[in-house]
Design a protein around this ligand. Structure first.
Ligand code: PLP
Length: 380
């Protein structure tokens, strides 16, 4: 899977498929290709695989199986949580609260909902990228139907105090959704401990296949279906299930849940090693986000005055894959709204790289990233 001499350090964009996941998927791509809605033996086998995967996914996040709805990934889960919550409301009486650093899957859903008459309040974050409880309290109103705050940010890696934020929303009688796309499989996520009503996840961020994810919806919470079609997923999400994808996702999540503590510790210490080496070699480096409450292996570093895109391409030529920001933003030349929201000036924001490590990165690779980066920063 790994090309010779190629170091992949862009795991927040996507991750390689685990061999355990691929192995689990293979039968459902070839021999056991039945449609889970079919009544014959092949269909029953596919249905069984989907339900086993549902139970496995649920166990990994402390949910009941009937609270897991399979989707096409993080974007769909986020869209569904927001649209599904307000679809049955009189829009002009509906108010949502989100943070200013949410993923576009949430922010652009809000933009679309605003066009329909829904009111949206976007709350600021601190310089570390944290959402403060006091800001949420200020934003809540009697008619606030939903608060959506991401578990961990995809650009700067900051992890929010989701449990506290959810309980503040609940005190107001408001539902709480979290986009946990960057967190699930990497840090402990227990929906009952957190007390969230909805949670989004995506398999390709934790070494599962692309194009599959899930939305957790707590028992008793009513949201509207988002797709029109058949009666799959208990009538909540139409469309023939991506059986192989679902099975692969469950295998990947199961693997990460069993190895969570070891991986978390290992990735955090690799990140600390890399940060130390970068800081020593490049004295103007600025590290973004909350380093104490951060995704393991995630580094957002700015080299003020450098062109981040030039750095990225030079690293790429030397066989090192990183990103300038979020993968979905990296094709635009605009400054990242997340970096703006944490108060970075243009010169610093433009010189920002995101280095996100994964379970297959070694210490030797970290040393190579550090020395190569120091070389290209000096050149740029
Ligand atoms: N939310 C966050 C925080 C993300 O990082 C991403 C992807 O980068 C998404 C949502 C969208 O997920 P997907 O690629 O599965 O649609």
């Amino acid at each position: 899977m790994k090309k010779m001499n190629n170091i992949y350090a862009d795991h927040s964009a996507t991750t390689p498929l685990l061999s355990e996941a691929l192995e689990a998927m293979m039968p459902y791509l070839q021999e056991d290709y039945g449609n889970p809605s079919s009544l014959h033996g092949r269909g029953v086998m596919a249905r069984r695989a989907v339900e086993e995967a549902r139970a496995r996914v649920a166990e990994c996040i402390g949910a009941y199986a009937d609270e897991i709805y399979f989707t096409s990934g993080g974007t769909e889960s986020d869209n569904w949580a927001l649209f599904g919550t307000v679809m049955d409301m009189r829009k002009k009486d509906c108010h949502l609260v989100v943070s200013s650093i949410e993923h576009h899957a949430v922010l652009n859903s809000c933009k679309a909902l605003k066009g329909e008459g829904v009111e949206v309040t976007c709350i600021p974050v601190t310089v570390d990228g944290r959402v403060e409880v006091s800001e949420l309290m200020k934003a809540l109103r009697q008619e606030t139907r939903l608060v959506s705050i991401m578990f961990a940010n995809n650009e700067i890696g900051t992890i929010q105090k989701i449990g506290e934020l959810a309980s503040v929303a609940h005190m107001n009688g408001t539902l709480f959704h979290t986009d946990a796309v960057q967190a699930v499989g990497h840090v402990k996520v227990d929906v009952k401990e957190l007390g969230v009503d909805m949670l989004s996840a995506s398999a390709h961020k934790f070494n599962g296949p692309k194009g599959v994810g899930f939305l957790y919806v707590k028992r008793g919470i009513v949201i509207s279906p988002f797709h029109c079609g058949g009666h799959q997923e208990g009538g909540m999400r139409a469309g023939t299930e991506n059986v192989a994808g679902i099975v692969g996702m469950a295998a990947a999540l199961d693997f990460h849940t069993r190895n969570l503590v070891v991986n978390e510790r290992r990735l955090s210490s690799l990140a600390e090693l890399l940060i130390g080496m970068i800081a020593e070699e490049c004295q103007n480096a600025v590290f973004n986000g909350d380093r104490k409450q951060c995704l393991p292996g995630h580094i957002s570093v700015s080299f003020p005055g450098c062109d981040g895109e030039a750095l990225l391409h030079m690293l790429d030529l030397k066989g090192i894959c990183v990103s300038t920001g979020a993968a979905c933003n990296s094709r635009t030349t605009e400054i990242s709204y997340v970096l703006k929201a944490i108060g970075l000036d243009e010169r610093t924001a433009k010189g920002t790289l995101r280095i996100s490590l994964g379970y297959e990165n070694s210490e030797e690779e970290i040393r190579r990233i550090a020395s190569t980066l120091a070389g290209v920063v000096k050149k740029v």
